[in-house]
Design a protein around this ligand. Structure first.
Ligand code: NI
Length: 479
C-alpha cells in the first residue's frame, strides 16, 4: 500500500499544476458516468493500480469527469444492502461535500477546480471477516493543500454486519495496542517522538489476513512530510487485546454448519482425486500469463513431488507452447484461460468478451483436449457484465487470495518468502510462470510446502474438497 500513497502524492502534484484531470496510474476516468450517479456496472472503470489489494467486494465508485470537478472515488460493493448503504453513504457525503465547497468557491472564482481521489484495499480475513481501507484526498484550487481522507470498514461476513473497532480490540486493552504500535514506529523511525500517543493513533484499523493494519494519517504520530503510515500487527502480537473469534475456533464452529446438518462426516466430494484428504490443509498455486519457456521447469518440480497446480494461459501463447500446454494437462494440473491477449475484459463489449474467452478455450481444447469451465480474468478485473457474460458461457471466474507480487519484485527470494509467509489452508496463490525468478522461487517453495503438510491441488480440487459448488458466473477467491 505504500506505493499507493506515492501515486496519490503524484496526483496531488498533478492537481497543483492545475491539470485537474490527471488521475493516477494509467487509469483515467474516461468511462466515468454522470456526476453523482456513481458507476453504473458497465460504465465503472476498473482501477488499474496493480498493487492494490481487491480480495473482497466488487469495485464501484463515484466518477465525475466534469470541467471543474474531477472525482475518482472508489469503493467496493459487497452485495449486502445494509452494508453497501453505509459505504456508499460515506462516499456520497464526501463527494457532495466537495461539490458544495466547489460551488461556493465558483461564485468568487469561475475557474475554480476540485479533485477527489480516493482508492481502497479490501482484504478477506480467514473467510469470516472482510476489511476495507479507503484512503485518498480531496482538494480544490481554493485550498493551500488537499485534505487527506481515511476510512475503514470491517465486516463480519457470517452475521452480515459492520464491526466497530470495539468488536475487534478490547477497549480495556487499547493501551497495550498503543504500546505495540509505538514500538513499531520507533523501530522504523528511531528518532520519532511517541510520547503523545493517544486513541487517535489507532482510530483507523482494518482487518487483514494476519490480524489488523493500523492506518495513521499524515501528520499524526510523525512529521507530516513522512506521509501517512501503515503498520500491520498480527493476532499473535495483539494477544488478548484481539477479541474477534480466532480462525481455529471458527473452523471448529463451521464444520457442522457447512456440512448442512450431516453431522460432521462430509460425503466424499465428487471430482476430488482419491489421494486428496479434505480434512488436511491444502492450497492452490496458480500461474498466469504463460505458457512460457519457464513453465516446463515448474512442471518438473510439480511432477517430482506428485502435486498439481493451475495454469491460466493466454490464448495467443498456446499454439507456440502446445507441448507445454499438453504437459500441464497430462500431469493432472489444471489449465484454464486468461483471455486471448490479456485485455481487461471489463472494458470490452459482450461480443468481444465472448470472443476472448471462447477463442482461448478453443486453442486450449485443440492442444490438450480439455474444455475449461473456469478462467482467470486479466488484472482480476470483474464487474456484473463480465459475470453475466461468463454465466451465459458456462464459465466460472477464479481470482486469488494471496498475491505474491512476483511481477513486481522479479526476485526469487522475495517470491519464495511471500509464498511461505502467506500460505494457509484453502488459499489460492497468484504467481506468473512468465518469470524465471518465479520458477526458481516455486522450486524452493513446493518442497517446503509439501514438507509442512500442505496438499498442493488445482483450483477445481480445492473448491470441490471444501464442498464449494462451482457455478458459472461466480468469482472464486480461495481463503
Ligand atoms: Ni495476467
Amino acid at each position: 500500500m505504500r506505493k499507493l500513497f506515492v501515486l496519490l502524492l503524484a496526483a496531488v502534484f498533478a492537481l497543483s499544476a492545475c491539470s485537474g484531470n490527471g488521475g493516477p496510474g494509467e487509469g483515467g476516468p474516461g468511462e466515468g458516468s454522470g456526476a453523482g450517479e456513481g458507476g453504473g456496472d458497465s460504465a465503472a472503470p476498473v482501477f488499474e493500480l496493480k498493487d492494490a489489494v481487491y480480495e473482497y467486494g466488487e469495485q464501484d465508485g463515484i466518477f465525475d469527469n466534469g470541467a471543474s470537478l474531477y472525482s475518482y472515488l472508489l469503493f467496493p460493493k459487497t452485495g449486502e444492502p445494509g452494508i453497501d448503504e453505509e459505504i456508499r453513504g460515506w462516499a456520497e457525503s464526501l463527494y457532495n461535500g466537495a461539490r458544495f465547497e466547489l460551488d461556493a468557491l465558483r461564485k468568487g472564482d469561475g475557474g475554480a477546480e476540485c479533485e477527489i481521489n480516493v482508492q481502497y484495499n479490501s482484504y478477506l480475513a480467514e473467510d469470516a471477516y472482510a476489511g476495507i481501507a479507503e484512503s485518498g484526498f480531496s482538494g480544490n484550487s481554493g485550498m493551500a493543500h488537499p485534505v487527506d481522507f481515511y476510512k475503514t470498514f470491517n465486516i463480519d461476513l457470517k452475521q452480515k454486519k459492520l464491526l466497530d473497532n470495539a468488536d475487534i480490540i478490547d477497549e480495556g486493552k487499547r493501551g497495550d495496542v498503543l504500546d505495540i504500535l509505538k514500538g513499531m514506529i520507533l523501530e522504523k523511525y528511531p528518532d520519532a517522538d511517541v510520547s503523545a500517543a493517544d486513541a487517535s493513533w489507532i482510530e483507523h484499523i482494518v482487518l487483514n489476513h494476519g490480524g489488523i493494519e493500523v492506518l495513521i494519517p499524515r501528520g499524526i504520530a510523525l512529521a507530516a512530510y513522512l506521509g501517512p503510515q501503515e503498520f500491520s500487527i498480527s493476532r499473535e502480537t495483539l494477544g488478548a487485546a484481539y477479541i474477534l473469534d480466532r480462525p481455529a475456533e471458527l473452523s471448529g464452529q463451521d464444520a457442522p454448519a457447512d456440512a448442512g446438518g450431516a453431522g460432521g462426516a462430509d460425503p466424499p466430494a465428487a471430482g476430488v482425486s482419491g489421494s486428496i484428504d479434505p480434512s488436511k490443509p491444502m492450497l492452490a498455486l496458480t500461474f498466469d500469463d504463460g505458457p512460457s519457456k519457464y513453465t516446463p521447469q515448474i512442471l518438473d518440480v510439480l511432477a517430482a513431488y506428485g502435486v498439481n497446480a493451475t495454469f491460466c494461459v493466454v490464448g495467443n501463447r498456446v499454439e507456440g507452447f502446445g507441448d507445454t500446454a499438453r504437459q500441464i494437462a497430462a500431469q493432472g494440473s489444471q489449465i484454464m484461460g486468461h483471455s486471448w491477449d490479456h485485455k481487461q475484459l471489463t472494458k470490452l463489449s459482450n461480443d468481444e468478451i465472448a470472443s476472448e474467452l471462447n477463442e482461448t478455450n478453443r486453442v486450449i481444447n485443440d492442444a490438450t483436449g480439455v474444455s475449461p469451465v473456469m478462467y482467470r480474468p486479466p488484472y482480476g478485473a470483474v464487474n456484473d457484465t463480465l459475470k453475466a457474460v461468463s454465466k451465459d458461457l458456462g464459465l466460472s471466474l477464479v481470482n486469488w487470495s494471496v498475491d505474491t507480487r512476483d511481477w513486481e519484485s522479479r526476485d526469487a527470494d522475495a517470491v519464495y518468502a511471500h509464498i511461505m509467509e502467506d500460505a494457509r489452508d484453502g488459499c489460492i496463490i497468484l504467481c506468473h510462470d512468465s518469470y524465471e525468478s518465479t520458477a526458481n522461487a516455486v522450486a524452493r517453495a513446493i518442497p517446503e510446502l509439501v514438507g509442512q503438510g500442505y496438499q498442493l491441488v488445482t483450483v477445481e480440487e480445492l473448491l470441490r474438497a471444501s464442498g464449494t459448488p462451482i457455478e458459472p458466473g461466480v468469482v472464486y477467491f480461495g481463503k
